[in-house]
Every structure is written in structure tokens, then in C-alpha cells.
Design a protein around this ligand. Structure first.
Ligand code: SF4
Length: 269
């Protein structure tokens, strides 16, 4: 970032009064899209593979840093790799690649005065059904996926992990994750659905978002373990935690998935 004096923010009563192109707002996560942004898809500026869906029941971080559970789905622009930085942000230029056509939240956001942003935030959010033709085959598959892999179901199973039927809860969770995982592979292979469009149609993979519950799936040979993320630092620790959390093993014919230990983080809402 350039630190020349002319780039420093003007101050008025101690507060910034204009954008200094620091890029902070674009690196903390892309915007949530609203109904008004549908036109950007119609014009071809935004495409399905630029965005992803956060489904009802997912945990997200509010603008004030608190966590909340989504009561309805939202659509956001994707990040860059593992970073939350908006897919359209050019770090070298410190600029937005779609600036002239940026989403309504981005146009309203002034980090020194959030009133306009909050007003936009309160407006209805764009949803998947706003962007999908009802007569193609996808809505039916999406409904089946939502019915089978709803976060409500996942929450219910996770809450039972420390109860008397923890083994059953683990089995339920693994089955949900497996359905979501193999369904995506099947759609890519058989229906030639673009893999980079899956996160829009079905939300992010449950094998990734399970981390928001502090859990992950670990493969050992053909055995698949649902384990607390903080138990992966050593086999000894893992073994000591497994019985407490009611971890059971599932025998599967095919590899399932494997996650290294990583820090849990949440997308912004
Ligand atoms: S669309 Fe442009 S302005 Fe909005 S967050 Fe992304 S890079 Fe920033």
C-alpha cells in the first residue's frame, strides 16, 4: 500500500471522510448480493461461477464481528483461493475489476459512515431461485439436496454428539457429508456440471463447512473418522478425545476426504 502523505485520509473530527483505496473492505470478504444485483447477471458482468451460496443455517460473521446463524440463504462473491478477498479485487492495482458495475452493497459502503450500507443490508437478498430458470432440471436436484443436506439436520446431529446416541449422530453426519460429496462428483461426471458452479447451486461442500462446527473428517485407509479439529495434532491426543466425543469409524469402499488441522473461520454475512 502507498503511504505517501497525499494518500492519507482527511480527518474531520477524527474520522475518515473519503475512500483512500486501502482495500480493506474488499479483502474482508465480497459483498452479499441483493435483488437489485440480478441485473449484473443479466448483463454477464457476474456469472454463476463468481459467486457462492451460504445456505440457511450456516454460521456467518456479522459486520460487528459477532456470529449469527443465517435464517435464509444469501449469495456472495467468491474469495481468492483460501482468502476472503473478493474475487474481483486486484491487489496490485488496489482496485475493483468491476468497479463501474459493482454490486449495490459495494456502492453503498463507506467505511467511515455505515448508514448507507446498513440501509442496503436491510433490503431483500438475492437468492438462487432469482437466477435459475424454473424449467431446467437443476431446481429439482437442488430441492433434493436441500432436503437431504439441510443445515438444520446437521445442527441436530451435531447437538447430539455428546449425548447417549453419539454413535448414531456421527453416522448421520458422515452420511450427510458423503451424500453431498458424491452428489457433486456425480453431477460433474454424468451431467458435466461445471465444478466451479457447484458452490452456487449447492452451497459450499459440507466436507468443508463441517469445520464451522469444530469437526472434520479424517481418512485412515478405508476408515473414515469424524474428529474434533483440535484433536488432530497427534494420534495420542486424537485417541484420547475420540471416546469422549463418541467418534465411530465408518468402513467405506472409496476414499472419502481428508483434512489437515486448520483454524476455524467464518464468512462475513
Ligand atoms: S466487487 Fe469490487 S468493490 Fe465490491 S468487494 Fe469486490 S472488489 Fe471490492
Amino acid at each position: 500500500m502507498v503511504k505517501a502523505n497525499h494518500m492519507m485520509p482527511e480527518r474531520e473530527g477524527g474520522y475518515r471522510t473519503h475512500c483512500i483505496r486501502c482495500g480493506t473492505c474488499c479483502t474482508k470478504g465480497g459483498p452479499t448480493l441483493h435483488k437489485e444485483d440480478a441485473i449484473l447477471f443479466a448483463k454477464g458482468i457476474l456469472k454463476i461461477f463468481h459467486v457462492y451460496t451460504l445456505r440457511k443455517g450456516e454460521i456467518v460473521r456479522n459486520i460487528d464481528g459477532t456470529l449469527m446463524v443465517l435464517e435464509q440463504e444469501i449469495i456472495k462473491t467468491k474469495g481468492q483461493g483460501e482468502a476472503w478477498t473478493c474475487i474481483f479485487y486486484d491487489d496490485d492495482q488496489k482496485a475493483c475489476n468491476v468497479y463501474g458495475h459493482r454490486p449495490i452493497e459495494c456502492r453503498a459502503l463507506k467505511c467511515w459512515d455505515l448508514r448507507g450500507f446498513k440501509e442496503i443490508r436491510a433490503r431483500p437478498c438475492l437468492q438462487r431461485r432469482d437466477l435459475i430458470k424454473p424449467d431446467d432440471g437443476i431446481p429439482k436436484i437442488m430441492r433434493a439436496h436441500e432436503q437431504r443436506c439441510a443445515y438444520e439436520t446437521l445442527w441436530s446431529a451435531v447437538e447430539r454428539l455428546r449425548g447417549a446416541d453419539s454413535g448414531k449422530a456421527v453416522k448421520e453426519i458422515l452420511e450427510l457429508l458423503q451424500y453431498d460429496h458424491y452428489m457433486r462428483h456425480l453431477l460433474a461426471e454424468k451431467l458435466k456440471m461445471a465444478p466451479n458452479a457447484m458452490d452456487f447451486f449447492f452451497g459450499r461442500p459440507l466436507t468443508a463447512t463441517i469445520r464451522m462446527f469444530g469437526l472434520c473428517v479424517k481418512q485412515e485407509g478405508d476408515t473414515f473418522l469424524l474428529v474434533p479439529m483440535d484433536s488432530l495434532s497427534s494420534r495420542h491426543e486424537q485417541a484420547s478425545i475420540e471416546p469422549r466425543c463418541g467418534v465411530v469409524t465408518e468402513k467405506r469402499g472409496k476414499p472419502y476426504c481428508y483434512f489437515e488441522k486448520e483454524t476455524t473461520s467464518y464468512p462475513s454475512s
